[in-house]
Design a protein around this ligand. Structure first.
Ligand code: NAG
Ligand code: NAG
Ligand code: NAG
Ligand code: NAG
Ligand code: NAG
Ligand code: NAG
Ligand code: NAG
Ligand code: NAG
Length: 375
């Protein structure tokens, strides 16, 4: 795997070339940026080494756009040579999940917490003090929540198509029912029942699928502190993904081109995959029994996000427009056959790809992983 080094240098050159193209597109879309380009250094240059960037504690939720967001953060880390707390080969893409963060394998690999990393980006059950103990001061917390109906449909389809976990909606519901029964007898809930709350540490905090809404509110209040914008963090909402990125741009102190993205793992709009919907009766049942906490969580943070958005700074709207223009240019490039150079980078920078993950491992002096490691 020593041959990664030249590859990586070549890739960086390529990225910088791509970024400069995106940068031009972005600049053309925003008059603010036009002025800045004439009067001073490029956005990218201005942002380099000017102000410190906070470290980033990203709690990656399942089936919410979390991989797309993680991809953006990975490319940011690549661009700015930021260190990522990479999972051990045994854990592959997870930091402890479905057990507590960070998991023994990762402790063995990285040692005890010593505020050593710039970013946490992999699946891990949120433990704010645990995350902070491995991150440089002072971390900014980010996570993302999706409207529960859409998240449930996506979960069902993803695990059915990719892992053959269920073969019908009927079997999916039956498996949820079995898990709920076990939970009522004191068995720990691992996944799928309030999947987003699970990721955010609800069960670790003592929550149960049958917790009362006031118990849930109490837990949500603790998250409110962790994700309070702009001082502590931001809870993004999938339905307002670009708005969330526009808010993050200023807070994370990054240049806009680095936030450009294409959507990852979109099963719903992929015609070669047989995406299925739950019927109304099934969906109501799931929302009531297996997404009850997620519903409360989502509604709370959807309101919080609307409040944050209504108080946004004056530059956020032009950032949003510029981001959407850059994304449109990227999509166009990806739809071309063969895909154009803007697109090329995004196809290979999937954080779940071993090659891309190993690029970060190599950079940080860690052993590279191979596919034979046990999952
Ligand atoms: C990137 O960061 C690593 C530490 O994580 C450091 O050893 C290396 O020198 C840095 N490389 C560059 C090009 O700054
Ligand atoms: C969270 O991490 C801290 C270490 O910072 C640890 O003491 C605590 O037990 C963890 N909590 C859970 C629920 O895992
Ligand atoms: C679906 O899965 C269930 C349980 O795993 C199994 O009993 C059933 O035969 C499967 N049905 C089909 C059509 O594959
Ligand atoms: C919904 O699906 C269930 C099977 O999970 C089936 O029994 C029920 O008849 C369906 N309801 C409607 C309205 O199609
Ligand atoms: C939830 O279920 C557990 C286990 O069956 C039970 O001990 C607890 O009292 C229930 N809580 C509520 C609020 O119903
Ligand atoms: C659709 O899914 C197939 C099979 O997983 C995959 O090969 C293809 O790249 C996907 N298409 C898009 C546009 O993502
Ligand atoms: C989320 O908040 C927005 C803005 O306040 C509102 O228009 C929308 O209906 C909410 N979404 C849901 C699913 O409640
Ligand atoms: C793959 O990784 C495992 C565990 O790290 C190691 O034991 C094995 O030798 C590696 N295999 C190859 C072909 O590199």
């Amino acid at each position: 795997m020593a041959n990664l080094a030249p590859d990586y240098r070549w890739t960086l050159v390529q990225i910088l070339r791509i970024l400069s193209v995106v940068s031009v597109l972005v600049d053309a879309a925003s008059c603010d940026a036009c002025d800045e380009r004439v009067s001073g250094p490029s956005l990218l240059q201005r942002h380099r080494d000017v102000e410190p960037r906070p470290s980033l504690a990203f709690c990656k939720t399942h089936k919410t756009g979390g991989s797309t967001l993680a991809g953006i953060f990975f490319r940011l880390a690549e661009l700015h040579n930021l260190s990522i707390m990479m999972p051990s080969c045994e854990e592959k893409t997870r930091l402890g999940d479905p057990f507590a963060f960070p998991g023994q394998y990762n402790v063995d690999l990285h040692g005890p917490p010593a505020h050593q990393f710039d970013m946490i980006l992999h699946h891990a059950i949120l433990n704010a003090s645990g995350f902070a103990s491995y991150l440089k001061p002072t971390p900014f917390f980010v996570s993302i929540l999706r409207e529960p109906k859409a998240q449930v449909a996506s979960t069902y389809n993803f695990y059915r198509i990719k892992f053959g976990k269920w073969n019908s909606t009927k079997e999916y519901l039956a498996s949820l029912e079995t898990q709920l029964e076990k939970a009522s007898k004191g068995r720990r809930v691992r996944q799928f029942i309030n999947f987003q709350s699970y990721d955010l540490g609800f069960y670790e905090a003592g929550g149960m699928p049958n917790s009362t809404s006031s118990e849930v509110s109490e837990w949500i209040a603790s998250l409110d502190k962790t994700f309070s914008f702009p001082s502590a963090g931001l809870m993004l909402i999938t339905e307002y993904f670009d708005e969330g990125l526009a808010l993050l741009k200023g807070r994370l102190n990054v240049a806009l081109p680095a936030l450009t993205y294409t959507i990852q793992k979109d099963y719903q709009h992929n015609e070669s995959l047989s995406y299925e919907d739950l019927n109304d009766t099934e969906m109501s049942w799931v929302l009531k029994h297996a997404a009850n906490v997620d519903m409360q969580l989502y509604h709370h943070f959807n309101r919080t996000f609307a409040k944050v958005w209504s108080k946004r700074g004056s530059s956020v709207d032009s950032d949003l427009r510029a981001l959407q223009d850059a994304n449109a240019a990227l999509s166009k490039d990806c739809e071309a056959t063969p895909p154009g150079p803007l697109c090329e980078k995004f196809a290979t920078s999937d954080p779940d790809r071993l090659l891309y993950a190993n690029l970060f491992r190599a950079r940080q002096g860690l052993k590279e992983c191979n596919d034979t490691a046990k999952h």
